[in-house]
Structures are given as C-alpha cells and as structure tokens.
Design a protein. Structure first.
Length: 232
C-alpha cells in the first residue's frame, strides 16, 4: 500500500525503469543526488512515510509537492493522507477483532481471556483501576461488563461517568477512554448474561445483577510495531 516516504506513487513513476529506481523505501541514496530531505526526515524520526508524522503536512513536504518542476500539485500529500486513513482503519479493525475474540460471551473467549483493566474516578477524584471480565463488545466502540449494584464501581460511576479500559498482552496494548453507564433493564441484562455469571448471581433476574456499558470516545492502539491514536 505505501510506496514512498513522500507519497509519490512509485508504481507510476517514469524514473522507475529509466533510472532502475527501487523506490526510496528500498534504497539508501536517491538517484538524483546525495540525499532527499523528506526521506532523511522520515528515517531519522522513525516514520515509514510522511502521513505517520504529527507535523504532516509540513513545509518541507509542501515545498516538494508544489515545486514548479518536480511537483504534483499536492497529489503526493493526498496519497499520504489516504495511506494514513487506511492504515488507521486496518489497525482499528485488528484491535476490534482482538477485543471481540476475548470477551466471555465469544466462541473463543472465557472469563480468563476476557480480563481487562477498568479505571474509574474514585471519591477523591483519582483514577482507580481494577480487573474485570468483558462480557461482550462491539469492537473498540463499546464494551460491556457485569457487576453487582452494591459494588464500589457502581457508586463511582454514579458520581462520575468518565472511564478508561485497557486490554493488553505481550504483543498489543489497547487503551480506550470514554464514558460508562449502569444499565438494569431486563433485555440488556438478558443479552449480556454469559456462562459464569451464575457464580455471582442467582439468575438473570437477580435484582443485584447489573450491566456496565462503556462507550469509547478516544483510543490509543499498539499492535506489533504499529501505533495509532484518535477519536471516535
């Protein structure tokens, strides 16, 4: 998908065959001179291409893209923007699959794989984290938990609905920030119930049984060597 540091489409470049150019992702030195400012900048800052940089699009890239002779009137900037969008969406989809597969209600999950860290605001205004099994999820968008109405978690949520959820392993870390609410309606309780809840509640009708619904507002996702941040 990504063809160059600056966004130029190497697959459509005339110099690919004329100068036997393998593209700046695969060469140490450009054929047209000693160095390329954009290539050097990306490599020094650890970015594969300009679209990954928080300063995108910078003045250096703009000058190159809109140069009289070798410019493309901003096309390479738009290519970088498109690559970044696709890259972000692909990583969000990976994170969503991880979360969905780990929930206690999924075919591949159980209460052990479903463990996540839920952080809430305590009475003194500090974040307090605890582990809790994810009952179900809609990818990175929403995650549900179950607990008792008399639990400290419920009291904290009633005072502040701000929350954060972290799901991690040795290969990834998914941190979500958003809001959380306590639900007690019969249909939600029925839909959220999973095998294992009977160890804590008499049945789905147990008046102490309630659902915590977390809705993501922003995220920080790290999977392998890829990392993105954003809002939903």
């Amino acid at each position: 998908m990504i063809e160059s540091r600056c966004g130029i489409m190497c697959s459509r470049c005339d110099y690919r065959e004329k100068m036997n150019c393998a593209g700046c992702l695969n060469i140490d030195k450009p054929f047209w001179g000693d160095s390329c400012d954009v290539k050097t900048c990306c490599e020094e800052r650890g970015y594969k291409y300009c679209g990954q940089c928080p300063d995108f699009p910078c003045e250096t890239l703009k000058a190159m893209s809109y140069a009289d002779e070798e410019g493309d009137n901003g096309e390479r900037i738009e290519n970088c923007r498109m690559w970044a969008k696709k890259e972000k969406q692909m990583l969000i989809e990976k994170a969503s699959k991880i979360i969905n597969s780990r929930t206690a209600s999924s075919e591949t999950g159980n209460w052990e794989t479903a463990i996540a860290i839920l952080a809430l605001i305590d009475d003194n205004g500090f974040p307090t984290a605890s582990t809790l099994s994810m009952a179900g999820a809609d990818g990175v968008n929403e995650i549900s938990f179950v607990t008792g109405l008399g639990a400290n978690k419920v009291n904290r949520i009633n005072k502040s609905n701000k929350a954060s959820v972290c799901i991690n392993s040795g290969h990834y870390n998914i941190t979500l920030v958003g809001i959380i609410e306590v639900l007690t309606d019969a249909q939600t309780k029925k839909d959220t119930w999973y095998e294992g809840c009977e160890h804590h509640f008499t049945s789905v009708e147990d008046p102490n049984y309630c659902v915590l619904k977390f809705t993501t507002k922003r995220y920080c996702i790290y999977i392998g060597d890829e990392e993105i941040e954003g809002t939903l």
